[in-house]
Design a protein around this ligand. Structure first.
Ligand code: FES
Length: 103
């Protein structure tokens, strides 16, 4: 069970999907941060979580399989620091656009 901290809140998301030929409908707790993930990235293909279910955020861990969602795939061309949205409100996902400041 996730716990609310100063920089996160927990919200319920409804899920309805099938996995291994079994239908699943229910709710899951999803961490909603109030700040971005600041990551130093080396060049290469990065897969960032889009569904909110990954246990390795901001990266995809495959938890989205069966939900109909897909990870954000980003090619990082040179080493740099990036801000990845943690609140889910950015209009330029997976990157932070400052929308978390309105939460
Ligand atoms: S964390 Fe900054 S817009 Fe979501």
């Amino acid at each position: 069970m996730l716990k609310k901290t100063e920089t996160t809140s927990v919200r319920k998301i409804r899920l309805s999907y099938s996995r291994n030929k079994k239908a699943f409908t229910g709710e899951a707790d999803m961490e909603q941060r109030k700040e971005p993930y600041i990551q130093h990235e080396e060049p290469g293909l990065k897969k960032y979580c889009a569904c909110g279910l990954s246990k390795n955020k901001p990266y995809c861990d495959g938890s989205h399989h069966g939900t109909g969602m897909h990870s954000y795939k980003v090619e990082i061309e040179e080493a740099k620091t990036v801000a990845i949205c943690g609140c889910g409100q950015s209009k330029s996902k997976p990157f932070c656009d400052g929308s978390h400041r309105t939460l």
